[in-house]
Design a protein around this ligand. Structure first.
Ligand code: R5P
Length: 292
């Protein structure tokens, strides 16, 4: 016979059950598993994230800086909040004992030699579950040749993710001939959010970026885009966060830098430490000089 439980004054009938609003924009009504995964991507203490994007090979092959991910990228992982990569790189190069979450590239098809908007969903949701990823990523080509299909692909991935609690990050891809301005990104990011993406990756624009983040009901992270001088990339990250972005999903401006480690730490200081770009640049230089 189990021991009879002793009744005590432990029910606190006068204290309403505690609970708090979820910290992430537009995510309050999501289910527990989805929120838990988002809490691993975005730091609950400030709502921000530094994602290291190394998925470029899925359409570009071994682009500069990603020729040897085991040599050049793996040492950066301790400073990243999240790793964004393909399942091929995850299974072949990345050790399963990493503790940071993974966002998996789940679309693909065309190479840089063909029409890029001709993408498909390139991964089953079951494999995302098998790999224990915290979110999927899929390109959406608003205004592109295969616009509708890429949007519908995204909605299919969102539906699959909703079944299993896996968030979808929609990536607003910009074609070569498209105007990159706030008006375009307001349209693209809002469409992704309205059609179900739990968060959106887009590009920073110098004018009106705050209108892009304001009009998008879910968190926005920025891609870094083409390699720029380090101080310019740090200023871009600073301005994006200052104007409402929830983080960065940055690749080339980190792994193509002459000090990827310095850039990782400098970006982190901005995104999580509100460091000014010039101070973060000093940090980058200090780390770079120490290594030389
Ligand atoms: C681009 O298609 C890839 O998905 C990258 O993840 C994305 O563009 C971010 O990388 P970067 O900062 O180099 O633009």
């Amino acid at each position: 016979m189990p021991e009879v439980d002793k009744e005590g004054k432990t029910y606190y009938e006068d204290i309403p059950q505690r609970g708090k609003l979820f910290f992430l924009k537009g995510s309050t009504e999501l289910d527990w598993g989805m929120k838990n995964r988002l809490s691993r991507i975005f730091n609950p203490s400030d709502g921000h994230t530094v994602m290291l994007a190394i998925d470029h090979g899925y359409f570009q092959g071994p682009t500069s800086g990603l020729e040897r991910i085991d040599v050049n990228i793996v040492p950066l992982l301790p400073d990243a909040d999240v790793l964004m990569c393909t399942r091929g790189i995850l299974r072949t190069i990345i050790s399963p004992d990493i503790t940071i979450p993974v966002v998996i590239r789940a679309s693909g098809g065309p190479s840089i030699l063909k029409e890029l908007s001709d993408e498909q969903i390139a991964m089953d949701i079951e494999d995302c579950i098998r790999l224990g990823v915290c979110a999927t990523a899929i390109q959406v080509f608003i205004g592109g040749q295969f616009e509708s299909r890429s949007v519908i692909n995204m909605t299919r991935l969102v539906d699959a993710g909703l079944r299993y609690g896996i968030p979808t990050m929609a990536v607003t891809a910009v074609g070569k001939d498209m105007v990159r301005d706030a008006k375009y990104f307001r349209l693209a990011t809002r469409m992704c959010a309205e059609l179900g993406a739990q968060y959106v990756k887009t590009y920073y624009v110098d004018e009106g970026f705050e209108t892009v983040t304001a009009a998008c009901p879910v968190p926005i992270v920025i891609a870094g885009g083409k390699k720029q001088p380090e101080l310019d990339a740090l200023k871009m990250a600073y301005n994006a966060i200052d104007q409402g972005a929830s983080g960065v999903d940055m690749g080339r401006n980190i792994f193509q830098s002459d000090s990827p480690e310095g850039m990782m730490k400098a970006i982190k200081a901005i995104v999580h430490g509100k460091e000014k770009p010039e101070k973060a640049y000093d940090l980058y230089q200090t780390i770079k000089n120490k290594k030389n």
